[in-house]
Design a protein around this ligand. Structure first.
Ligand SMILES: [Fe+2]
Ligand SMILES: [Fe+2]
Length: 149
């Protein structure tokens, strides 16, 4: 199911959902890192997880500075659920990377919506733009390894 994150009219609400998506990403990366066998893949996925942790820190700070509620975890563990289903039915690193590519397609969609949100806070722009660059990099790498196999 494609993500709805970024479609909320209220920017605060959209940002809270983006934060939950980043939490979701961290859990899915943890599951993937625990299962993947190739050590180069493992270290790459670990780097990507750190990027998502940084996004959580930055988005939480943004919400706090506006006195908005700050979610502390994923709302619906959509990625993890999807990851588990995929991992249960498929075997091997390639299946894990494919599941993570699908997940990163969601982050790219969500961040692109957020940087075009009509109510975006001025101070959020640099954070969301640099977040989008990270998400693009994650997606490109997953696409490139998939094409090699
Ligand atoms: Fe992110
Ligand atoms: Fe990502």
């Amino acid at each position: 199911m494609a993500t709805m994150v970024g479609k909320q009219d209220d920017f605060t609400k959209a940002l809270q959902e983006l934060l939950e998506l980043d939490y979701d990403a961290i859990e899915a990366y943890e599951a993937a890192i625990n299962r993947i066998e190739d050590s180069n893949f493992k270290s790459k996925l670990s780097d990507f997880k750190i990027d998502h942790q940084r996004h959580v820190t930055e988005i939480s700070a943004l919400l706090r500075s506006r006195n908005a509620d700050v979610p502390r975890g994923p709302d619906i563990k959509q990625w993890l659920t999807k990851g588990k289903v995929a991992l249960g039915g498929m075997i091997g690193d390639n299946a894990i990377l494919t599941a993570m590519l699908t997940n990163e397609e969601d982050t790219n969609t969500a961040y692109e919506r957020m940087i075009n949100h009509p109510e975006m806070w001025k101070e959020a722009a640099p954070i969301l733009e640099s977040g989008l660059l990270d998400e693009k990099r994650h997606k490109s790498w997953l696409e490139s390894v998939k094409n090699e196999q």
